[in-house]
Design a protein around this ligand. Structure first.
Ligand SMILES: NC(=O)c1ccc[n+]([C@@H]2O[C@H](COP(=O)([O-])OP(=O)(O)OC[C@H]3O[C@@H](n4cnc5c(N)ncnc54)[C@H](O)[C@@H]3O)[C@@H](O)[C@H]2O)c1
Length: 312
């Protein structure tokens, strides 16, 4: 099949390109490199792979047939979307509209990468797909959360009104190689600080919880969702929940470092808890995460050690 991946030069998108190529598909990666990097795809030496630098908030005209579109383009880390608030809103709204238009024209199946952020600071734990969320539309995170909520709404509208075959994955915190050390997310933050011999910064008292899914598990879930005939939103993430403080200690143990843990003020609208209910993914996709936190974090530490070595 010929598959378009928007955001394919980013963290999750580049792993998805690898998976699709390994399954024998032809992949067209479209990315404007706003938060991604060509380094993430430079290892790909495959005649079935091509790259177009393009901002998907502008229409994309393609001659060739396209069978599937995975729409992952969007700044994703809080640091990125706070620096790029309007591009984040535009890619969620205009970018998703353009890619749905392309899917309609090409009669292609379309998958939207949505997020657990649509649940905001959730009042129920774990979060099932039926929960409508607790989002502050005008808070700092609103640019990302509302862009993704709009993206879900327009995806369902194209499905219901135009009959486009659509899928919506609500991705929960995902980690692994090719994240950026300075992207502000908790996994690269802690690992980078530990490897550099710096204090680990915990926001608030560290009692807020997160659940972390290793990237190979995440993309397997995304691929299975695309293969399924399920058009309602589906959570894909790891339900194993840890407090941020526990996680900081875990990183110190696995890196063998003895940095101090220091506490800083909690950012506005930081969610207190995040944990996916993956009953649907288990039942419908026969999917659940396989990689243990220890194995995933060890792989990620190894990757960041390599990155830091080349920076020296
Ligand atoms: N990583 C996570 O934990 C997580 C959690 C929930 C949802 N997601 C979603 O998964 C997707 C990928 O996230 P990621 O962590 O790989 O982030 P990332 O920043 O590494 O990748 C996003 C990619 O989209 C590209 N992009 C941004 N705006 C674009 C535009 N207008 N046109 C073309 N390309 C554009 C960036 O250059 C980048 O390569 C995003 O849609 C994100 O919202 C990720």
């Amino acid at each position: 099949m010929k598959i378009l991946v928007t955001g394919g030069a980013g963290f999750i998108g580049s792993h998805l390109c690898d998976l699709l190529l390994a399954k024998g598909h032809e992949v067209l990666c479209v990315d404007n490199l706003a938060t991604g990097n060509k380094k993430n795809i430079v290892h790909i030496e495959n005649d079935n792979f091509s790259f177009i630098r393009h901002n998907v908030t502008k229409p994309l005209y393609l001659e060739e047939k396209i069978d599937w579109i995975f729409h992952l383009a969007s700044p994703a880390s809080p640091i990125d979307y706070l620096e790029l608030p309007i591009p984040t809103l535009k890619v969620g709204a205009l970018g998703t509209h353009n890619m749905l238009g392309l899917a309609k024209e090409k009669n292609a199946r379309f998958l939207l990468a949505s997020t657990s952020e649509v649940y905001g600071d959730p009042l129920v734990n774990p979060q099932s797909e039926e929960y409508w969320g607790n989002v502050n539309p005008i808070g700092p995170r609103g640019v990302y959360d509302e862009a993704k909520r709009f993206a879900e709404a327009i995806t369902m509208a194209y499905h219901r009104y135009h009959g486009v075959e659509t899928r919506i994955v609500r991705i929960f915190n995902t980690y692994g190689p090719r994240m950026r050390l300075n992207d502000g997310r908790v996994v690269p933050n802690f690992i980078g600080q530990a490897l550099n011999g710096e204090d680990l910064t915990v926001y608030g008292d560290g009692s807020q919880t997160r659940s972390f899914c290793y990237v190979s598990d995440e993309i397997e879930g995304i691929y299975r969702l695309m293969m399924s005939d399920y058009s309602d939103p589906m959570n894909i993430g790891n339900p194993e929940e840890h407090t941020v403080l526990e996680f900081a200690h875990f990183i110190l143990k696995l890196t063998g470092k003895s940095s101090k843990i220091i506490f800083r003020e909690l950012p506005e609208d930081d969610p207190k808890q995040r944990r996916p209910d993956i009953t649907k993914a288990r039942k419908i996709l026969n999917w659940e995460p396989k990689v243990s936190l220890e194995e995933g974090i060890r792989n990620t530490i190894r990757y960041f050690e390599g990155v830091l070595d080349t920076q020296m």
